[in-house]
Design a protein around this ligand. Structure first.
Ligand code: HEC
Ligand code: HEC
Ligand code: HEC
Ligand code: HEC
Ligand code: HEC
Length: 341
């Protein structure tokens, strides 16, 4: 057996013990009938969820499977390992860039203050412990649930913009949000980015209740569709792409100025590319240019001269986490086709 698989087996034994202990506690509280129910209901649980359960710092995944599976798909989980981050920080060697991408507990530094770089398991990026755990290893949340599994603290500031601002204020997102109609809701980052879902808080919970999805979708086709309306039409020899920001609580795109969006238009005639036109939406102020990002509520018309050519126009909206990444590595947020006669 290799060293790492030995270590893994050891950890899994530990996980089983942790759960065993919890079940004993719930049994003590609720009687053996409940214990039997819990034990029989766990066997199919593992099978019905085919998705791999990631291992996280603090082993939260043992009891909070859904949150762990969702978080593993989020940008937060990739904050340290992403190609864009490596590319823009000289392979994570730029000291002033690291703290928010592998933060220590923000409940220790305080909401609204820039976190400190942690010294362990940096590859997990913005993880459960960084957001939820305080100096005494208690888990903070908004419910205030008492459990034997770990201490909890009911924290009214949890899920607030102030909490997200610890990392999301530095590059302008919170200031942009302050100018919008959503600023009257002090939890609006969470309301747009962590939709509600009814399920058990922990796998041993007795009942389902309202919780929040942990995928933190941002630059994603689903979010883009909700946030930005795209209309296209051919008019007087031009193709016009009209973008309206309807439900984005900040600029599109938002964040550090490495992040850009691109409106990419191609005209295909007889299978050949007859025309290519790109418009970048980016904050170029530090590069001596202007800020061309789409503001909340704004409508922008991008006019592409067709030069008398005919065929099929393909309109794509791309999102790059770093402008120096090649187009093939961009996220495709939107695509549509228009016939040009
Ligand atoms: C041994 C199982 C177990 C482990 C491991 C565990 N939890 Fe929990 N956790 C629970 C249970 C049980 C509850 C209460 C659920 C209920 O009342 O329905 C809970 C509640 C919570 C809550 C809700 C707090 C509130 O507002 O009331 C949060 C947040 C939380 N856990 C986070 C974490 C994090 C983060 C980790 C890892 C660092 C973790 N938990 C590890 C079992 C566990
Ligand atoms: C400890 C720092 C930190 C905190 C606190 C934090 N974030 Fe983030 N967030 C990041 C970093 C770093 C990224 C960039 C990750 C990446 O894509 O590589 C990010 C990315 C995101 C994204 C974009 C994901 C994508 O794939 O486009 C969303 C949405 C987001 N965060 C929402 C939130 C919300 C809502 C809160 C508050 C509940 C919050 N964040 C709190 C550091 C943080
Ligand atoms: C960027 C910060 C952030 C990260 C990272 C994060 N959470 Fe949360 N978590 C929140 C917020 C905000 C809430 C919502 C609180 C509310 O409104 O009730 C929440 C809620 C919860 C709850 C209460 C039930 C629910 O789903 O709403 C649990 C349990 C929980 N998180 C566990 C985890 C675990 C486990 C991880 C890691 C796999 C994790 N969280 C990662 C911010 C975070
Ligand atoms: C009204 C809903 C709404 C609110 C409020 C909102 N967002 Fe967003 N956010 C969106 C939509 C829609 C997108 C997808 C479009 C985009 O990429 O900008 C998005 C994208 C993002 C992204 C990915 C950015 C990118 O474009 O690369 C981050 C990061 C983010 N939001 C953070 C936040 C933070 C932090 C807050 C609170 C200050 C917040 N959002 C408030 C709707 C919202
Ligand atoms: C104050 C916290 C903080 C610091 C410091 C920080 N970042 Fe980030 N970074 C974020 C957050 C939050 C996001 C997600 C939204 C955005 O783009 O601002 C992010 C996103 C990114 C992204 C795009 C997402 C991705 O794929 O990782 C890159 C690239 C990036 N940062 C590079 C840097 C560089 C380069 C520096 C140093 C100049 C830096 N960051 C310093 C908080 C921080």
């Amino acid at each position: 057996m290799t060293r790492s698989s030995e270590a893994q087996n050891h950890e899994e034994e530990g996980d089983a013990k942790m759960l065993g202990r919890l079940w004993k506690w719930s049994a003590a509280a609720l009687g053996c009938v409940v214990l039997a129910l819990v034990l029989t209901s766990t066997a199919p649980l593992g099978q019905e969820k085919q998705e791999k359960i990631p291992r996280v710092r603090g082993r939260c995944q043992v009891c909070h499977r859904d949150e762990a599976i969702e978080w593993a798909k989020s940008g937060h989980a990739k904050a340290w390992t992403s190609e864009a981050f490596a590319l823009t920080t000289n392979n994570r060697n730029q000291k002033e860039c690291l703290s928010c991408h592998a933060p220590d507990k923000i409940l220790v530094t305080g909401f609204g203050k820039e976190p400190k770089l942690r010294s362990e398991m940096v590859e997990l990026g913005v993880d459960c412990v960084a957001c939820h755990q305080d100096a005494n290893d208690a888990q903070h949340g908004k419910v205030g649930r008492v459990t034997d599994a770990h201490p909890t603290v009911k924290n009214e500031k949890f899920a607030s913009v102030e909490m997200c601002a610890s990392c999301h204020a530095k590059f302008g997102t919170v200031d942009e949000w302050k100018q919008t109609k959503w600023a009257s809701d002090p939890e609006s980052c969470t309301h747009c980015h962590m939709p509600k879902i009814t399920r058990k808080i922990a796998i041993t919970s007795q009942k389902e209740e309202e919780t929040r999805v942990h995928t933190f979708l941002g630059a994603h086709p689903e979010m883009f569709k909700k946030g930005v309306k795209v209309e296209t039409n051919v008019d007087g020899g031009n193709l016009v792409v009209k973008l309206t920001s309807v439900e984005v609580g900040h600029n599109f795109p938002t964040g550090i100025d490495h992040v850009v969006a691109i409106v990419d238009v191609r005209l295909l005639s007889d299978g050949q590319e007859a025309l290519k036109h790109q418009t970048m939406l980016a904050d170029d102020r530090a590069r001596g240019g202007s800020d061309t990002r789409l503001k909340p509520g704004e409508t922008r018309e991008i006019v592409v001269p067709l030069q008398g050519k005919k065929g099929e126009a393909v309109i794509r909206i791309l999102h790059k986490s770093a402008r120096d990444l090649p187009d093939e590595k961009a996220t495709l947020l939107f695509e549509t086709k228009v016939a040009v006669q």
